[in-house]
Design a protein around this ligand. Sequence first.
Ligand code: ADP
Ligand code: 5GP
Length: 217
Amino acid sequence: MASQTADESEDLGSVNGPPFSKNSPDRAALGRLIVVSGPSGVGKSTVVGALAERHPFFFSISVTTRMARPGETDGVEYHFVELEEFVRMRDAGMLLEWAEYSGNLYGTPRAPVLERIADGDDVLLDIEVLGAVQVKTSFPAALTVFLAPPTPEELERRLRSRGDTSPADVERRLEIARWQLEVAEEQFDHLVVNDSVEAAVERILRILGPPSTKADR
Ligand code: ADP
Ligand code: 5GP
């Protein structure tokens, strides 16, 4: 598995930190960068969707070379791109982080994330583990949450029950999940078990505290 090496910390000020006074004095603070990661099938999309009903976020839409699944729309779940376009974006520095995952490339477009943070919105990334680690290296103030399954068996059941991933890809994803679970504890700020969606959302809300959106100023 390949991933970008984050070679230096990017200066956003402190993501949670000092006053931001780009245009007017009432632009009080930067938004926060929140990363939710964890094995495929653990329930990231489900939990993040439920979380968004309780805490306003800007969702980053990733670019990927993966084929769209039935029901997925370009520009909604992902920007679906050819490999050449992904490589062009990556080499032009347009991605905040990127990683190869189960044979495809995934990356976070840099500009929208930085713009929304500068504008005071909390930004949420739902990305795999290598990308999450890159983000933490580049933006130490980012808050990283690893969503863990209650048991490995339950992870397999959820992944298969989704029914949109081929049996071979399920096997690959479970294999990746094994090492992700091993590294999680030392690499992430918080580990949250997704036993029930409601309980997981409550735990993440407690970690986040109040939103830092413009609406609340
Ligand atoms: P991910 O985004 O991590 O790949 P999904 O959100 O697609 O995972 O969830 C995978 C499957 O597990 C879906 O069928 C979803 O409904 C189910 N699921 C998610 N969270 C839970 C939970 N706490 N308990 C039971 N099933 C869950
Ligand atoms: P899926 O193919 O199931 O949509 O996603 C596979 C994995 O890629 C998931 O763990 C998802 O969180 C992750 N992912 C989605 N977008 C990105 C991204 O921009 N960067 C990285 N590193 N991982 C991503």
